[in-house]
Design a protein around this ligand. Sequence first.
Ligand code: G6P
Length: 368
Amino acid sequence: LLVDKGNHRHFMAKEIYEQPEVLSHTLAHYIDMASGTIRLPEAVPADLAALKRVTVSACGTAYLAGLVGKYWMEKYARLPVDIDVASEFRYREVPLDPGGLALFISQSGETADTLASLRYCAQNGQRILSIVNVQESSIARESDVVFPTLGGPEIGVASTKAFTCQLAVLACLAIAAGRQRGVLGEDDERKLVRSLIEVPRLVGQALKLEPQIEDLARDLSRARDVLYLGRGLNYPIALEGALKLKEISYIHAEGYAAGELKHGPIALVDENVPVIVVAPSDRLFDKTVSNMQEVAARGGRIILLTDAAGAEAAGDQPFATLVLPEMYQFVQPLLYAIPVQLIAYHTAVFMGTDVDQPRNLAKSVTVE
Ligand code: G6P
């Protein structure tokens, strides 16, 4: 299979721009477009209605997709989720009830720790569901059921389109679980599905923030440390933003739950530390505004990712504001992932690093 960069400078840029298309493909695999309801390609290998909990493990960016999945499944399906990075999970000697469901998320399907966690779960009586991008992989082969992400080959070491496709599949799974568990009614399902169908178009709109992000990247490239803050569904996106930035620009970055700011990272804040706040306007927005006030009072430069209402409520506190379209809360992580990817990409380009092949990192980590 020959994959080229097309008109893009890097595979990562190409893969970021492919997202509207690959998200459409992936969603079409899990949604019956005619009725606007979820239609899973195969049955989940456990009774979702009776399930007590789901165990999720994965590594890196795939783990952060799983973390969004946890928020979704707990909120929209009242299904408790235990999640851990696979390198911890495999050695934790986790007690598992027989007949439980274990979920693995992996772009490559070959990550050694994720595969070892899968084998531990299989040996301990779990049914295995995995979300993978490479269908011929070891993780796919050893699973009871595979839910594919239809992202196509991902070449850039830092995962982008695979991540949002993983989110799309997890969102569909959460809706299906919510329906089967009687938490969501038919109308709820249609409303959530409708919001998912809008995602590819909204991603296209979010990509238009690129020129503004390019300007910000110049400023970010001078920072030694960058903080990312988010709450709820957007907390994993803050973690993903920090991960992406450190992976490809080598700038030290940390993602934090916004409410944890005062329990540590606030000590780092001064006029040299940009603070990227991922905060669509929602019922917790006021709390995030007060977190921003604490940052601003210490001279920290806030870059706010929000919507029009959030931009207005934040007033002139932020140093810069990136305004995304209004959208249903359910789909926010899929959309807020886009500026976060572009911020890392353009900062790395500005610094002249090897964006597609960052030092010391591998696309697929098949050793411990
Ligand atoms: C490596 C890659 C990441 C990826 C992680 C998990 O660290 O650089 O981009 O998220 O492995 O890989 P997987 O193939 O299991 O998703």
